[in-house]
Write a protein that binds this ligand. Sequence first.
Ligand SMILES: Cc1ncc(COP(=O)(O)O)c(C=O)c1O
Length: 373
Amino acid sequence: MRIADFAVEIWMNRWETRCRYNLAETCVDSVTTEELLAIDGVDAAAFTAELLPMRLSYGEIEGSARLRAAIAALYETASADAVIVAHGAAGANALAYQALVEPGDVVIPMVPTYQQHSSIPESLGAEVRPLALREEDGWLPDTGELRRLAHGGAKVIAVVNPHNPTGSLLDERRLDDIVAIAREAGAWILADEVYRGLEQVEPVTSSSFVDRYERTVGIGSMSKAFSLAGLRLGWIVAPGEAHAAVNRHRDYSVISVGMVDDLLASIALEARDALLARNRGIVRENLAMLDAWVAAEPRISYVRPAAGTTALLRYDAALDAETVCLRLLETEGVLLTPGSAMDAEGYLRIGYANETAVLREGLARFSAFLATL
Ligand SMILES: Cc1ncc(COP(=O)(O)O)c(C=O)c1O
């Protein structure tokens, strides 16, 4: 089966171990197991006593009952039975599309987006109708345009909320409009909500499509808001027929996730308020720093993100985004991601949720680079 190159992954794989200041990272500064236990108030000896005698079988195939209950508690209406554990949100998205999409189906992603949402349906033979997000709209979807694209029926409307790469967050009106349009079109909403919990404004955790629309396939992850990408653990929340279809595909490619990952994810989610408080503290402090930097940088402007870990920076220079990124990396050791890797030429994606000291130094070096242009 043919599929397009995943441009951001290729960029990250090539450069992320060869930079000094990684401002391309999209996870909140990751924690160690020791830090996780301390944040969650779990005694390390008690944890070891649970871990060491664990027989390393496949475990519970759909994910442990303990973990699925902790995931269901992230939603107002989800039951543990609706939760399927997967290998990261990357695995969850891939499974969801395999389960939902057939050749000729209409799939509507909002671009720029996380490339899975356009390239996987395309590889499955779907008719992908991208809805372009525009800077002048605050990177929020024009729901009139969405209605036009979905007219006549659509199989999936793919929404990343909070949004990667722009950091935009859907307001109540748009959430309601998207649900109404999906209902009219008979579409599933594939809601990739891996950045949920990293809002800059109250309410602290934004509303999930899972709690608003019965034909939602909700995707979540331990990687971003919970800063535990090393667990490679994500999930799908899906009702009846979609749940069964996902499981049918999952048996062929997942079987189960690792039991140690399942245990650590359970511990993290059971005390999620403490971990989210740490992580929200980081994104809020770091965004304040980025915001002040952008205000002082004559060659850079942006739409201030409302949530998540990333923003798109517009730059004033007659160079393509990849050239800017490569020169910045070469001269200052700072890694950004070119917008060209995500259908956003003319922009640079910054991930601002890494260690605060890395962001501070990286921005200072970025300024030095911009002064040479
Ligand atoms: C919107 C979005 N969905 C899914 C993923 C994949 O996350 P995971 O690490 O859980 O596989 C990412 C990672 O960058 C992402 O940004």
